[in-house]
Write a protein of this length. Structure first.
Length: 183
């Protein structure tokens, strides 16, 4: 029996706070769902992404994603290597799995979209309310530590308690504007 993991990608616009609002995909991993496996791989993937608004003749270096939907599609393409292991679940599914990862893309003009991730490990969907969002790099570091959160008292916890710094603005390029400036 494997340790399941659920990765949810959702887009947030304005004050939209519903659990299922803006959900692009709900992806179930049959095994290796724990922080030091799926969590680290998810963090590395998110850190490698560069979100752009339109493709042009010269795109930035890195994993170019033409919007959040393209990022989600590239995640599936990267992690699905054959039959089994990764499955798409209905987007209205309850978030009850051994390990849950929620990746949100907050539209934040003019700076561009902001990616953040939160996670919990108990199999209880109500635990989402106590989990705090982290930037992709802070999330990856959290997962590399095995989910142990560091605090000033030196105590460790099995769930993230606070955001380590502000969420990172995702590197974005609006190729339509760049082409207009060059032309």
């Amino acid at each position: 029996m494997g340790t399941g993991g659920l990765v949810v990608f959702r887009s947030v616009r304005g004050d939209q706070k519903s659990v299922h609002a803006g959900v692009y995909a709900c992806i179930y991993f049959h095994c290796d769902g724990y922080w030091t496996s799926l969590g680290v791989r998810l963090g590395e993937f998110l850190e490698s992404c560069v979100l752009v608004n339109g493709l042009g003749p010269s795109n930035p270096a890195g994993r170019v994603c033409n919007g959040f939907g393209c990022l989600v599609a590239q995640f599936i393409a990267e992690f699905k290597g054959g039959p089994g292991h990764l499955y798409l679940f209905p987007t209205e599914r309850a978030l009850d799995m051994e390990f849950v990862y929620v990746v949100e893309c907050q539209e934040a003009p003019p700076a561009g979209p902001v990616l953040s991730v939160k996670t919990w490990s108990s199999g209880k969907p109500e635990d989402e309310h106590g989990a705090k969002f982290m930037s992709p790099s802070d999330f990856r570091a959290f997962c590399e530590r095995g989910g142990d959160d560091e605090d000033a008292a030196g105590e460790e916890s099995s769930a993230p308690k606070e955001t380590r710094g502000e969420p990172e603005t995702v590197k974005t390029v609006d190729t339509c504007e760049a082409q207009a400036e060059q032309g």
